[in-house]
Design a protein around this ligand. Structure first.
Ligand code: ZN
Length: 227
């Protein structure tokens, strides 16, 4: 069983893949929930759009098919002012606490802000940094501060720095994702198992345990294997 913790793909998942599909609030309003999982939130890039509406429909976040809040975060290269991004991020972090759902975080050059906010909020819900490509020291610091780190296609033909960063992250704090990649999640797992030098099955088992713990969703792997 493969867990794709963050994807923007609207395609139906292949068998044996559990994906968290990221959708916009506008899309969520029209969504007819099936048996798939979604994350819902305000992407930092969207905060600067001309008709951006910062009112978050709080009742949405309680719905069971929305299993995570996000992706949300802080991006110093795009989006609205940093103060406004921080305001919105905090709002979503608090929603993640209220609804006991993990937070999927997009962070560009705002690591100190994210670390400070985690210290300030002291969340009980889990915080996942998605698409991590940072330096090994940063990976270590984030792991020590309780974050989960999710890696994507950068593991395929990786740069030496990525290999080193990836090695800093223990299996019990790790996720994998496709995000906007055209590579399938299976390929990212293959790459990860080679770098970690562990069998694919062991990697799958570990990440399934992380999924169950972080998202509070149990029994999906048993269901999948009896299909
Ligand atoms: Zn994304």
């Amino acid at each position: 069983m493969y867990i794709d913790v963050h994807t923007h793909s609207g395609l139906k998942q292949s068998q044996g893949v559990i994906a968290i599909k990221n959708i916009l609030i506008e899309e969520a309003e029209k969504l007819i929930p099936g048996d798939e999982y979604y994350s819902i939130g305000v992407h930092p890039w969207d905060t600067a759009k001309p008709f951006f509406n910062p009112d978050l429909p709080a009742d949405f976040f309680a719905k069971p098919h929305f299993v995570a809040i996000g992706e949300c975060g802080i991006d110093k290269l795009q989006g609205a002012s940093i103060d406004f991004q921080i305001f919105l991020f905090k709002l979503q972090a608090l929603l993640s606490e209220t609804h006991h759902k993990p937070l999927i975080i997009h962070c560009v050059r705002a690591w100190q802000e994210i670390l400070d906010l985690k210290n300030e909020i002291r969340p009980k819900s889990f915080w996942i940094i998605h698409g991590f490509r940072g330096k090994p020291e940063l990976a270590k610091q984030l792991v020590n501060s309780g974050f989960y780190l999710s890696f994507g296609e950068s593991l395929i033909n990786p740069k030496p720095g990525i290999v080193e960063s990836f090695s800093q992250v223990p299996l019990n704090r790790l996720f994998l994702e496709t995000d906007v990649s055209s590579h399938p999640i299976e390929m990212i797992y293959q790459a990860a198992s080679l770098i970690k030098n562990i069998p694919l099955l062991e990697l799958q088992r570990e990440l399934m345990q992380n999924f169950e713990k972080v998202f509070g969703i149990y029994g999906t792997s048993r269901l999948a294997s009896t299909n």
